[in-house]
Design a protein around this ligand. Structure first.
Ligand SMILES: Cc1ncc(COP(=O)(O)O)c(C=O)c1O
Length: 455
């Protein structure tokens, strides 16, 4: 390859060229201490419990990192022709995800859950268009994650919001009424939903949608508790996205990288984004696109490194291990739910799945969810998701995941109880918390509107 050498001084504007670079003259140990101190300000799942509801912040096994860094995976170029190992891996995980969810085909292209949602909604749109049917609306229950209506809107649909009933489930009569409109392309649902509640009527829900000519989209971000127990395909769903960066233990937080594979039933396979890997008589082959595909949604093969980690996780656990993940995540959440419900208000009094919601409703001295969350930081614990889902006022949404030990769960309960008693005896300490963190309580609105990003 010919390489042309250019003189940067000639092509860069003078204003961008610095005469002197101000590198400070600091001893190595000072630098090391500075960065180690900074790293200690960080909180992660390797530091302690990270009970962010709806985010499944489970432990990321280090063996996944070892596997992903194997030269054959980490040094491979996406355009490299001799790439059979990677292609086989992508094909292998697609098949496993199909088995786990009950779907017939998978695309590994989407880079996040929301990206999978958008691709799925584009498929729904194209499916109806290709049949010459006009449908413009999507039903989304009010307990859905905010990305659901946003993705539907981006795909060009308008949203019908369905209010949950007193059990936190979809009201069948309202669903039937909404579907009778004739302009509804389908429903987006996560089950268990963001209240941690499994909708017991799920088969009736998907039946109603299908009988009225709609498709059923499963937001699989909450797949963790049903792993190995039941499958979206068997519940009657047609499209599913997964969050490998949640259920399948790949690292996330701080915005990525993620991976949101998209699975579909047979009838929708031709609409999947390209490229797809297919099995032929001559072995695996890459099919760039076919006529009905929604086209490309990401460069190359998706977030390959994340996919490798998830594959390692699935193979390491096997079917029995994945089932145990589901069972223990539900057990852990219910353990916390039962032991916290005396001091904190529990709006939905039933067995939860992987997460549950409590609120600040009964806290003394006007102590709010925000006060509790900030005080938790003082005790060295990451706060749960707050003020979400929106259907519950003052929500604290707790998801411990299966990777927390009983000791860790007991410590969490101990801190929450301590905070409750402080709310009675010393509310001012809570109102002004956190006290032990490098940054004290911020004006959240001001911080968002006028961020100060440096000293
Ligand atoms: C239920 C649910 N759906 C969808 C998403 C979107 O996933 P992502 O953040 O990967 O875009 C999330 C993320 O928290 C979620 O909890």
């Amino acid at each position: 390859m010919d390489i042309e050498v250019v003189d940067l001084n000639e092509i860069l504007p003078k204003s961008l060229i610095r005469e002197k670079i101000p590198i400070p003259n600091i001893p190595e140990i000072e630098i090391i201490r500075h960065f180690v101190k900074l790293s200690q300000h960080n909180y992660g799942v390797d530091t302690g419990i990270y009970p962010l509801g709806s985010c499944t912040m489970k432990y990321n096994p280090k063996i996944n990192e070892v596997v992903e860094r194997l030269k054959g995976f980490s040094q491979v170029h996406p355009l490299q022709e001799e790439n059979h190992g990677s292609i086989e891996l992508l094909y292998g995980i697609s098949k496993l995800l199909g088995e786990i969810t009950g779907m017939d085909g998978f695309s590994l292209q989407p880079a996040a859950g929301a990206h999978g949602e958008l691709a799925g909604l584009l498929i729904i749109k194209k499916f109806f268009e290709s049949k010459g049917i006009q449908k413009h609306k999507i039903i989304v229950p009010d307990s859905a994650h905010g990305t659901n209506p946003a993705s539907a809107k981006m795909a060009g649909f308008s949203i019908i919001e369905l209010k949950s009933n007193k059990f936190g489930e979809v009201p069948l009569d309202h669903l039937e009424y909404a579907m009778a409109d004739g302009d509804v392309a389908g429903i987006m649902l996560t089950n268990p939903n963001t209240l941690g509640i499994f909708d017991r009527q799920i088969k009736k829900i998907t039946k109603i949608v299908h009988e009225n000519g709609g498709l059923c989209y499963y937001d699989g971000a909450n797949l963790n508790p049903i792993l190995g127990i039941c499958r979206p395909g068997d519940m009657g769903f047609d499209i599913v996205h997964l969050n490998l960066h949640k259920t399948f233990s790949t690292p996330h937080g701080g915005g990525g990288p993620g991976s949101g594979p998209l699975g579909v039933i047979d009838e929708l396979v031709p609409y999947l984004p390209g490229p797809c890997i297919i099995s032929t008589e001559n072995g695996l082959a890459c099919q760039e696109n076919n006529d009905n595909s929604i086209g490309r949604i990401k460069a190359f093969w998706g977030n390959f490194g994340i996919i490798v980690r998830a594959y390692a996780y699935i193979l390491a656990l096997g079917a029995e291990g994945l089932k145990r993940v589901g069972q223990i995540s539900v057990l852990n959440a219910n353990y916390l739910r039962v032991l916290l419900k005396d001091n904190y208000f529990l709006p939905y009094k039933r067995t939860c799945q992987h997460e549950f919601v409590i609120t600040d409703r009964n806290l003394p001295n006007n102590i709010t969810t925000e006060d509790v969350a900030k005080r938790m930081l003082d005790y060295g614990i990451y706060a749960p998701t707050v003020y979400f889902p929106l259907v519950v006022q003052g929500a604290l949404m707790i998801e411990p995941t299966e990777t927390e030990s009983k000791a860790s769960l007991d410590h969490f309960i101990e801190v929450m109880d301590k905070i409750y008693y402080e709310a009675e005896s010393d509310p001012n300490t809570l109102k002004t918390s956190p006290h032990n963190t490098p940054i004290k309580r911020l004006d959240a609105v001001l911080a968002a509107r006028k961020p100060v990003l440096h000293d």
